[in-house]
Design a protein around this ligand. Structure first.
Ligand SMILES: NC(=O)c1ccc[n+]([C@@H]2O[C@H](COP(=O)([O-])OP(=O)(O)OC[C@H]3O[C@@H](n4cnc5c(N)ncnc54)[C@H](OP(=O)(O)O)[C@@H]3O)[C@@H](O)[C@H]2O)c1
Length: 268
Protein backbone atom coordinates (compact mmCIF):
# COMPACT_ATOMS: atom_id res chain seq x y z
CA UNK A 1 0.00 0.00 0.00
CA UNK A 2 1.08 3.55 -0.62
CA UNK A 3 0.01 6.50 1.50
CA UNK A 4 -0.66 10.18 0.97
CA UNK A 5 0.30 12.60 3.68
CA UNK A 6 -2.68 14.87 4.38
CA UNK A 7 -2.20 18.51 5.43
CA UNK A 8 -3.09 17.35 8.97
CA UNK A 9 0.12 15.29 8.97
CA UNK A 10 -1.86 12.02 8.94
CA UNK A 11 -1.14 9.28 6.39
CA UNK A 12 -4.10 8.11 4.30
CA UNK A 13 -3.93 4.87 2.27
CA UNK A 14 -4.16 5.80 -1.41
CA UNK A 15 -6.64 2.96 -2.04
CA UNK A 16 -9.64 2.28 0.15
CA UNK A 17 -13.03 0.66 -0.20
CA UNK A 18 -16.39 2.36 -0.53
CA UNK A 19 -19.26 0.90 1.51
CA UNK A 20 -22.41 2.61 0.29
CA UNK A 21 -24.21 -0.58 -0.80
CA UNK A 22 -22.76 -3.01 1.74
CA UNK A 23 -25.13 -4.84 4.09
CA UNK A 24 -28.12 -4.02 1.89
CA UNK A 25 -30.61 -6.10 -0.09
CA UNK A 26 -29.65 -6.67 -3.74
CA UNK A 27 -26.54 -4.52 -3.23
CA UNK A 28 -28.74 -1.49 -3.84
CA UNK A 29 -27.97 1.93 -2.35
CA UNK A 30 -31.59 2.23 -1.19
CA UNK A 31 -31.93 -1.48 -0.41
CA UNK A 32 -33.15 -2.60 3.02
CA UNK A 33 -30.41 -3.39 5.53
CA UNK A 34 -29.88 -7.16 5.66
CA UNK A 35 -26.95 -7.34 8.07
CA UNK A 36 -24.79 -9.26 5.58
CA UNK A 37 -21.34 -7.65 5.55
CA UNK A 38 -19.48 -10.65 4.09
CA UNK A 39 -18.27 -8.44 1.28
CA UNK A 40 -16.65 -6.05 3.75
CA UNK A 41 -15.10 -8.98 5.63
CA UNK A 42 -13.67 -10.13 2.26
CA UNK A 43 -12.24 -6.66 1.66
CA UNK A 44 -10.57 -6.65 5.08
CA UNK A 45 -9.18 -10.18 4.47
CA UNK A 46 -7.74 -8.98 1.17
CA UNK A 47 -5.96 -6.12 2.91
CA UNK A 48 -8.24 -3.10 2.66
CA UNK A 49 -7.65 -0.86 5.67
CA UNK A 50 -9.15 2.43 4.50
CA UNK A 51 -12.92 2.29 4.80
CA UNK A 52 -15.18 5.02 3.41
CA UNK A 53 -18.46 5.20 5.33
CA UNK A 54 -21.18 7.82 5.86
CA UNK A 55 -24.09 8.38 8.20
CA UNK A 56 -26.44 8.75 5.24
CA UNK A 57 -25.59 5.27 3.93
CA UNK A 58 -27.65 4.01 6.93
CA UNK A 59 -25.23 1.10 7.39
CA UNK A 60 -22.59 2.84 9.52
CA UNK A 61 -23.39 0.66 12.57
CA UNK A 62 -22.97 -2.56 10.56
CA UNK A 63 -19.78 -1.33 8.92
CA UNK A 64 -18.42 -0.33 12.34
CA UNK A 65 -19.41 -3.65 13.88
CA UNK A 66 -17.66 -5.56 11.07
CA UNK A 67 -14.43 -3.61 11.62
CA UNK A 68 -14.62 -4.02 15.39
CA UNK A 69 -15.16 -7.79 15.05
CA UNK A 70 -12.25 -8.26 12.64
CA UNK A 71 -8.85 -9.38 13.86
CA UNK A 72 -7.31 -6.10 12.72
CA UNK A 73 -6.42 -3.60 15.41
CA UNK A 74 -8.04 -0.19 15.43
CA UNK A 75 -4.84 1.72 14.64
CA UNK A 76 -4.36 -0.27 11.42
CA UNK A 77 -7.64 1.02 10.01
CA UNK A 78 -8.17 4.41 8.43
CA UNK A 79 -11.86 5.14 9.00
CA UNK A 80 -13.72 7.89 7.18
CA UNK A 81 -17.31 8.88 7.84
CA UNK A 82 -19.45 11.83 6.81
CA UNK A 83 -21.96 14.18 8.37
CA UNK A 84 -25.28 14.50 6.50
CA UNK A 85 -26.44 18.06 5.87
CA UNK A 86 -30.13 17.76 6.69
CA UNK A 87 -31.20 20.35 9.27
CA UNK A 88 -31.55 17.76 12.03
CA UNK A 89 -27.80 17.13 11.85
CA UNK A 90 -26.53 20.69 11.52
CA UNK A 91 -29.01 23.23 12.89
CA UNK A 92 -27.24 23.45 16.27
CA UNK A 93 -23.70 22.76 17.41
CA UNK A 94 -25.06 20.08 19.71
CA UNK A 95 -26.73 18.33 16.78
CA UNK A 96 -23.35 18.16 15.02
CA UNK A 97 -21.66 16.90 18.20
CA UNK A 98 -24.36 14.26 18.67
CA UNK A 99 -23.82 12.93 15.13
CA UNK A 100 -20.05 12.74 15.51
CA UNK A 101 -20.42 11.05 18.90
CA UNK A 102 -22.81 8.53 17.36
CA UNK A 103 -20.33 7.76 14.56
CA UNK A 104 -17.63 7.19 17.19
CA UNK A 105 -20.01 4.80 18.96
CA UNK A 106 -20.87 2.98 15.72
CA UNK A 107 -17.18 2.34 15.10
CA UNK A 108 -16.53 1.33 18.75
CA UNK A 109 -13.70 3.83 18.85
CA UNK A 110 -12.59 7.04 20.51
CA UNK A 111 -11.31 8.60 17.28
CA UNK A 112 -12.06 8.64 13.57
CA UNK A 113 -9.31 9.16 11.01
CA UNK A 114 -11.33 11.46 8.78
CA UNK A 115 -14.75 13.10 9.03
CA UNK A 116 -16.32 15.02 6.16
CA UNK A 117 -19.20 17.40 5.58
CA UNK A 118 -20.96 15.17 3.04
CA UNK A 119 -22.41 17.93 0.83
CA UNK A 120 -22.35 21.72 0.62
CA UNK A 121 -24.27 23.47 3.41
CA UNK A 122 -26.17 26.40 1.95
CA UNK A 123 -27.09 28.17 5.19
CA UNK A 124 -23.96 30.18 6.02
CA UNK A 125 -24.54 30.15 9.76
CA UNK A 126 -25.00 26.36 9.83
CA UNK A 127 -21.95 25.93 7.63
CA UNK A 128 -19.74 28.01 9.94
CA UNK A 129 -20.95 26.40 13.15
CA UNK A 130 -20.61 22.89 11.70
CA UNK A 131 -16.98 23.53 10.78
CA UNK A 132 -16.37 25.04 14.24
CA UNK A 133 -17.51 21.77 15.82
CA UNK A 134 -15.32 19.80 13.38
CA UNK A 135 -12.37 21.96 14.50
CA UNK A 136 -13.29 21.37 18.15
CA UNK A 137 -13.15 17.57 17.62
CA UNK A 138 -10.00 17.92 15.54
CA UNK A 139 -8.31 19.83 18.34
CA UNK A 140 -9.42 17.34 21.02
CA UNK A 141 -8.07 14.46 18.91
CA UNK A 142 -11.37 12.69 18.28
CA UNK A 143 -11.16 13.50 14.57
CA UNK A 144 -7.60 13.09 13.27
CA UNK A 145 -8.40 14.88 10.02
CA UNK A 146 -11.44 16.85 8.89
CA UNK A 147 -12.59 17.61 5.39
CA UNK A 148 -15.39 18.19 2.95
CA UNK A 149 -17.12 16.47 0.06
CA UNK A 150 -18.67 17.73 -3.17
CA UNK A 151 -17.37 21.26 -2.54
CA UNK A 152 -16.59 23.65 -5.41
CA UNK A 153 -14.18 26.58 -5.58
CA UNK A 154 -16.72 29.09 -4.31
CA UNK A 155 -17.44 27.09 -1.15
CA UNK A 156 -13.78 26.43 -0.49
CA UNK A 157 -13.21 30.18 -0.67
CA UNK A 158 -16.22 30.86 1.55
CA UNK A 159 -14.67 28.56 4.17
CA UNK A 160 -11.47 30.59 4.25
CA UNK A 161 -13.44 33.38 5.99
CA UNK A 162 -13.92 31.33 9.16
CA UNK A 163 -11.83 28.17 9.06
CA UNK A 164 -8.76 28.03 11.28
CA UNK A 165 -8.14 24.46 10.11
CA UNK A 166 -8.01 23.86 6.37
CA UNK A 167 -9.97 20.83 5.06
CA UNK A 168 -7.59 17.89 4.64
CA UNK A 169 -9.51 16.42 1.69
CA UNK A 170 -12.31 17.17 -0.71
CA UNK A 171 -14.08 13.97 -1.79
CA UNK A 172 -15.53 14.57 -5.25
CA UNK A 173 -16.53 12.55 -8.31
CA UNK A 174 -13.39 11.84 -10.33
CA UNK A 175 -13.64 9.40 -13.21
CA UNK A 176 -13.42 9.34 -16.99
CA UNK A 177 -16.95 10.66 -17.45
CA UNK A 178 -16.42 13.43 -14.92
CA UNK A 179 -12.68 14.16 -14.77
CA UNK A 180 -13.04 17.34 -12.67
CA UNK A 181 -9.55 18.37 -13.75
CA UNK A 182 -9.80 22.09 -12.92
CA UNK A 183 -11.01 21.41 -9.40
CA UNK A 184 -8.27 18.81 -8.88
CA UNK A 185 -5.65 21.38 -9.84
CA UNK A 186 -7.18 23.95 -7.51
CA UNK A 187 -7.23 21.44 -4.63
CA UNK A 188 -3.60 20.57 -5.19
CA UNK A 189 -2.66 24.26 -5.18
CA UNK A 190 -4.53 24.59 -1.86
CA UNK A 191 -2.83 21.49 -0.39
CA UNK A 192 -6.18 19.72 -0.10
CA UNK A 193 -6.04 16.05 -1.14
CA UNK A 194 -8.56 15.03 -3.80
CA UNK A 195 -10.41 11.79 -3.02
CA UNK A 196 -12.23 10.19 -5.97
CA UNK A 197 -15.71 8.84 -5.43
CA UNK A 198 -17.31 6.83 -8.22
CA UNK A 199 -13.83 6.17 -9.63
CA UNK A 200 -14.91 3.26 -11.90
CA UNK A 201 -17.38 5.21 -14.01
CA UNK A 202 -16.40 4.94 -17.69
CA UNK A 203 -18.19 4.50 -21.02
CA UNK A 204 -18.00 1.28 -23.06
CA UNK A 205 -15.65 2.98 -25.48
CA UNK A 206 -13.41 4.22 -22.69
CA UNK A 207 -13.33 0.72 -21.18
CA UNK A 208 -12.23 -0.70 -24.55
CA UNK A 209 -9.41 1.83 -24.80
CA UNK A 210 -8.28 1.15 -21.21
CA UNK A 211 -8.36 -2.60 -21.90
CA UNK A 212 -6.08 -2.05 -24.89
CA UNK A 213 -3.62 -0.01 -22.80
CA UNK A 214 -3.70 -2.66 -20.04
CA UNK A 215 -2.49 -5.46 -22.35
CA UNK A 216 1.14 -4.28 -22.23
CA UNK A 217 1.06 -4.42 -18.42
CA UNK A 218 -1.10 -7.54 -18.12
CA UNK A 219 -3.64 -5.47 -16.19
CA UNK A 220 -7.41 -4.98 -16.59
CA UNK A 221 -9.14 -1.77 -17.66
CA UNK A 222 -10.10 -1.14 -14.04
CA UNK A 223 -6.52 -1.46 -12.84
CA UNK A 224 -5.28 0.92 -15.55
CA UNK A 225 -7.94 3.43 -14.55
CA UNK A 226 -7.17 3.24 -10.81
CA UNK A 227 -3.41 3.27 -11.42
CA UNK A 228 -3.84 6.40 -13.54
CA UNK A 229 -5.52 8.18 -10.63
CA UNK A 230 -3.13 7.11 -7.87
CA UNK A 231 -0.11 7.80 -10.04
CA UNK A 232 -1.13 11.48 -10.04
CA UNK A 233 -1.79 11.66 -6.32
CA UNK A 234 -5.52 11.01 -6.19
CA UNK A 235 -6.92 8.77 -3.45
CA UNK A 236 -9.43 6.21 -4.80
CA UNK A 237 -12.18 4.37 -2.89
CA UNK A 238 -13.63 1.87 -5.38
CA UNK A 239 -16.43 -0.34 -4.15
CA UNK A 240 -17.02 -3.89 -5.36
CA UNK A 241 -19.27 -6.79 -4.41
CA UNK A 242 -16.97 -9.19 -6.24
CA UNK A 243 -13.95 -10.56 -4.38
CA UNK A 244 -11.87 -10.88 -7.57
CA UNK A 245 -12.53 -7.26 -8.43
CA UNK A 246 -11.76 -6.21 -4.86
CA UNK A 247 -8.41 -8.02 -5.12
CA UNK A 248 -7.67 -6.49 -8.53
CA UNK A 249 -8.36 -3.01 -7.19
CA UNK A 250 -5.62 -3.45 -4.60
CA UNK A 251 -3.14 -4.96 -7.04
CA UNK A 252 -1.90 -1.64 -8.36
CA UNK A 253 1.58 -1.28 -6.92
CA UNK A 254 3.59 -3.58 -9.19
CA UNK A 255 3.38 -1.57 -12.41
CA UNK A 256 3.68 2.01 -13.57
CA UNK A 257 1.92 3.57 -16.56
CA UNK A 258 4.29 5.19 -19.03
CA UNK A 259 4.01 8.92 -19.63
CA UNK A 260 2.55 8.15 -23.05
CA UNK A 261 -0.17 5.95 -21.55
CA UNK A 262 -0.97 8.49 -18.83
CA UNK A 263 -1.41 11.01 -21.60
CA UNK A 264 -3.66 8.61 -23.53
CA UNK A 265 -5.90 8.00 -20.51
CA UNK A 266 -6.16 11.71 -19.80
CA UNK A 267 -7.54 12.22 -23.32
CA UNK A 268 -10.12 9.41 -23.31
N1 LIG B 1 -19.08 11.71 -1.18
C1 LIG B 1 -20.09 11.36 -1.94
O1 LIG B 1 -21.04 12.12 -2.18
C2 LIG B 1 -20.10 9.97 -2.54
C3 LIG B 1 -20.97 9.66 -3.60
C4 LIG B 1 -20.92 8.38 -4.14
C5 LIG B 1 -20.04 7.43 -3.63
N2 LIG B 1 -19.21 7.75 -2.57
C6 LIG B 1 -18.25 6.76 -2.01
O2 LIG B 1 -17.43 6.29 -3.06
C7 LIG B 1 -17.48 4.87 -3.11
C8 LIG B 1 -17.24 4.38 -4.53
O3 LIG B 1 -18.18 4.91 -5.42
P1 LIG B 1 -19.37 4.05 -6.03
O4 LIG B 1 -19.68 2.96 -5.08
O5 LIG B 1 -20.48 4.98 -6.38
O6 LIG B 1 -18.85 3.54 -7.41
P2 LIG B 1 -17.50 2.86 -7.99
O7 LIG B 1 -16.65 2.33 -6.92
O8 LIG B 1 -16.92 3.82 -8.95
O9 LIG B 1 -18.10 1.70 -8.88
C9 LIG B 1 -18.65 0.55 -8.38
C10 LIG B 1 -18.95 -0.35 -9.57
O10 LIG B 1 -17.73 -0.69 -10.25
C11 LIG B 1 -17.65 -2.08 -10.41
N3 LIG B 1 -16.24 -2.48 -10.23
C12 LIG B 1 -15.46 -2.25 -9.14
N4 LIG B 1 -14.22 -2.76 -9.33
C13 LIG B 1 -14.23 -3.34 -10.57
C14 LIG B 1 -13.25 -4.04 -11.32
N5 LIG B 1 -12.02 -4.26 -10.86
N6 LIG B 1 -13.60 -4.50 -12.56
C15 LIG B 1 -14.84 -4.30 -13.04
N7 LIG B 1 -15.82 -3.64 -12.37
C16 LIG B 1 -15.51 -3.16 -11.14
C17 LIG B 1 -18.53 -2.68 -9.33
O11 LIG B 1 -19.09 -3.89 -9.76
P3 LIG B 1 -18.83 -5.27 -8.96
O12 LIG B 1 -19.49 -5.10 -7.64
O13 LIG B 1 -19.44 -6.29 -9.84
O14 LIG B 1 -17.33 -5.42 -8.85
C18 LIG B 1 -19.62 -1.61 -9.16
O15 LIG B 1 -20.66 -1.84 -10.08
C19 LIG B 1 -18.86 4.56 -2.54
O16 LIG B 1 -19.02 3.23 -2.16
C20 LIG B 1 -18.94 5.56 -1.40
O17 LIG B 1 -18.24 5.06 -0.27
C21 LIG B 1 -19.23 9.01 -2.04
Amino acid sequence: MEYIKLNSGEQMPIVGTGTNTYGKENNQYRGKLNGDFTVLEDAIDLGYRSIDAAVSYSNEAGVGETLAKSKISREDFFITSKLPINDEYISTKDAVRKTINNSLKNFHTDYLDLYLIHHPIENKEYFKQTWEVFEEYYKNGKLKSIGVSNFDEELLNEMKKFATVKPAVNQIPINLKEPNQELIELLKSMEITPVAWGPMDASGEQIEALTEIGKAYNKSWAQVLLRYQIQRGIVVIPKSHNKNNQAANLDLFNFELSEEDVNKVSHL
